[in-house]
Design a protein around this ligand. Structure first.
Ligand code: AMP
Length: 229
């Protein structure tokens, strides 16, 4: 079971991925989180990624594809995974298809979380992340129980340095130019599911699960988890 969450920065991919990966029992791979972990560790990959991330630009395909494919081959992805933030370019989508084909697997479904540009900007400005476990929060829509502290692990919450207004506008430009064309790519393969990302968090999760159940991916181990109740 290989699922992709597609959507602009601020569409709620991270929040939905947390719920869905738990509900479906598959690993969650978030390219942005992996890059942020490399930055925090100060590795050479982290240093390279940082120079792109702080400008709101995409990290080069070659580096990104290598990092994600290594993760895909890890043991906890043996039942499949939920990809969040990858692919973001046509080259990444094609590399993913090729790598999965080499394992006799395919991308099963692509969930597009649609949110207007105005709403994206509003959401990103209130966004907070746990420094320890990356759980996302929003000061208005999903605040932590204690200000500045993660509900899950007690870690410190912080605002991403690339969530400033100018960088966000740049990231949205990159998204419209490079990532939006992936909708046509997956639509042509009959894999695209579109959900309204402006409903409440729980409603969006329910709608995704319902849409997946109606579109029946053919992995029975995971299908049993699709019922919403
Ligand atoms: P995100 O947390 O998904 O918003 O990603 C944060 C930043 O990491 C992006 O603005 C990019 O600089 C980089 N990044 C994450 N995923 C990718 C990707 N698939 N391709 C290239 N760069 C990425």
């Amino acid at each position: 079971m290989y699922l992709i969450l597609l959507g602009a920065p601020g569409a709620g991919k991270g929040t939905q991925a947390e719920f869905l990966s738990r509900k479906l029992g598959i690993a969650h791979i978030a390219s942005g989180n992996l890059f942020r972990q490399e930055v925090a560790k100060g590795t050479s990959l982290g240093l390279l990624a940082k120079s792109y991330m702080e400008r709101g630009a995409l990290v080069p395909d070659e580096v990104t594809i290598k990092m994600i494919l290594e993760r895909l081959n890890s043991k906890n992805c043996s039942l499949g995974c939920l990809l969040d933030g990858f692919p973001r370019t046509l080259a990444q989508a094609q590399a993913l298809d090729k790598a999965l084909a080499g394992m006799s697997k395919v991308v099963d479904k692509v969930i597009y979380i649609k949110v207007s540009e105005e709403e994206l900007l509003r959401r990103i400005s209130g966004r907070w992340l746990c420094r320890n476990c990356e759980t996302p929060y929003h000061s208005i829509t999903s605040p932590p129980k204690t200000t500045g502290k993660c509900d899950e692990c007690g870690g410190e919450l912080y605002q991403r340095p690339d969530d400033t207004e100018d960088t966000v506008k740049g990231r949205l430009k990159v998204y419209f130019a490079q990532t939006l064309p992936l909708l046509d790519y997956y639509q042509a393969q009959g894999k695209l599911i579109e959900v309204d990302g402006e409903a409440g968090v729980e409603t969006v999760t329910e709608n995704i699960l319902k849409a997946l159940a109606m579109n029946k991916p053919n992995d029975k181990r995971v299908l049993s988890n699709y019922c919403v109740s």
